[in-house]
Write a protein that binds this ligand. Sequence first.
Ligand code: FAD
Length: 311
Amino acid sequence: MIALARSERLKQTMQRFGSTTRLARRFVGGDGAEGAVRTARRLRDEFGITASLFYLGEYIGDPVAVEQNVEMTIAAAERLGAEGLDTHVSIDPTAIGYMAGEELGSRNAERIAQAVARQAPNGRNYLMLDMEDLALVEPTVRLHRQLLAAGLPAAVTLQARLRRTEHDLRSLVSRATSVRLVKGAFPRGPSDDHQGSRAITQNYLALARRMLSAEAREAGFYPVFATHDDALARELVDLAQANGWRPDQYEFELLYGVRPGWQQQLRAQGQAVRVYLPFGTDWWPYAIRRVGENPRNLLLLGRALMPRARS
Ligand code: FAD
């Protein structure tokens, strides 16, 4: 699957001829900001599910492509605001300049956060920083602190598999900010990582307990739980209830196209649900990684690549 995701030739072919395939449509919300905002509106109107828009592209060194990523993300933020939806966008630091250096990356992050801050407060307006590999963790945590110090609406993703996350989270739960907790997609060795899915899930729960503490609630901290693990989600709901958190004081965030039935079920049970909604034309590496996360998706891959006319 990694080879499929990294094959430049396959990517070019799929992206040129395959943008109408079921695979692209399943995991990607639109080619441009307008289509993605339309998808976000439909999810909100039909299911009461909110969205975080993410312009596809990662590990980008080319300054022209970096500028395009920044402009597309700002355009998405402005469009969300104009449509009366909450202005929530996600970025990968390596997509907005961190490959060229921290100064360019942080300047661009500030531009995006300012665009988010300019929109009407229609809901939860945030620039959410995605968390990439270990080399980016310290710069991303630093960027989050810098944006908060500038009074900007920034949130950060932390990875439960990383041992250092306990330390990173400690100072954040006493602030009016938001953390998106994920299991973590960048495995390292035992010195950096909790090893094995059971240990990672246990650490996720330990971190969630801190995010759902009385101290966090009093500080106006907003917990975001990004997981498709339904057993874990049930424990999180129980924990939130036991600690006196209302469902509108925290949220679940799930990937667009992954277990959509369960997403709607969770929302119907009264939980706040957001989807991470990627858009853009550079969709192949992202979509094929989603396929690789579940063996059952492999059976669907062939069918998913067929154009709609065959269904
Ligand atoms: P798992 O134990 O992997 O999965 C739980 C259940 O969900 C299993 O039944 C599994 O089969 C099913 N499932 C999982 N993925 C799929 C799929 N694609 N299709 C169908 N079923 C599936 N990681 C980072 O390192 N940095 C980030 O910034 C980051 N941002 C994220 C943002 C969001 C909104 C989400 C949901 C995830 C993000 N991740 C990020 C990925 C995360 O770290 C995990 O790798 C990923 O979510 C899988 O872990 P899980 O908690 O869903 O549990």
